[in-house]
Design a protein. Structure first.
Lengths: 117, 114
């Protein structure tokens, strides 16, 4: 089936504007993750959704960042009043939570490259 | 939250075996060890996962000593297309624990030369 998709693939915005990034997970995957990757850096965890549970927002860098997941499927990451330091690739991943104690494989989308001028 | 330490970069030539070692001194009892591969302009891709001893799949092998404080990803006979960043992660996404909070770190940039 189709993999994780993200839109837009590229977004250029001006400082102070709000942006919305979209993620469509793999059908049937109950877990959804957002990460941020700055140039030459590793992945920075932002937020995690699992089923109907309250999301783990512990990685969000500031209150300008928020995310929601509607109907347990599509997710939107919103950045308000963007700053230049928000420029990065925003990656979304989903996984099929199998239960037990193993680490579920995360399937990543291609990312959205955000540039804040 | 267990963190990992890997070499920043490694170089190899086509046809050689490459071993990338990762240190995870604070690994917890329930943690699994997972490796991902990332090509430029793409999201990471799962390679292999293990808990102890040795795991092998069609792509790589993973060696984990008894104390589990380190692990080694082994790529047999690398080719140019294996040039990528390799991430070692430890974690347990079982509900109620770290709940998806996996730490990717900066990974190891492997460059394969002809």
């Amino acid at each position: 089936g189709a993999g994780v998709s993200q839109s837009p693939s590229n977004k250029v915005t001006e400082k102070g504007k709000d942006v919305e990034l979209r993620c469509d997970p793999i059908s049937g995957h109950t877990a959804l993750y957002w990460y941020r990757q700055s140039l030459g850096q590793g992945l920075e965890f932002l937020i995690y959704f699992q089923g109907n549970s309250a999301p783990d927002k512990s990685g969000l860098p500031s209150d300008r960042f928020s995310a929601e997941r509607t109907g347990g499927s599509v997710s939107t990451l919103t950045i308000q009043r963007t700053q230049q330091e928000d420029s990065a690739v925003y990656l979304c991943a989903s996984s099929l939570v199998l239960g037990g104690s193993s680490t579920d494989t995360q399937y990543f989308g291609p990312g959205t490259r955000l540039t804040v001028l | 939250l267990a963190k990992t330490t890997q070499p920043i970069s490694m170089d190899s030539y086509e046809g050689q075996e490459v071993n990338i070692t990762c240190s995870h001194n604070n690994i917890a009892t329930n943690d699994y060890i997972t490796w991902y591969q990332q090509f430029p302009s793409q999201g990471p891709r799962f390679i292999i996962q293990g808990y102890k001893t040795k795991v092998t799949n069609e792509v790589a092998s993973l060696f984990i000593p008894a104390d589990r404080k380190s692990s080694t990803l082994s790529l047999p006979r690398v080719s140019l297309s294996d040039t990528a960043v390799y991430y070692c992660l430890v974690g347990d996404t079982d509900r109620g624990s770290t709940l998806g909070r996996l730490y990717f770190g900066r990974g190891t940039q492997l460059t394969v030369w002809p």
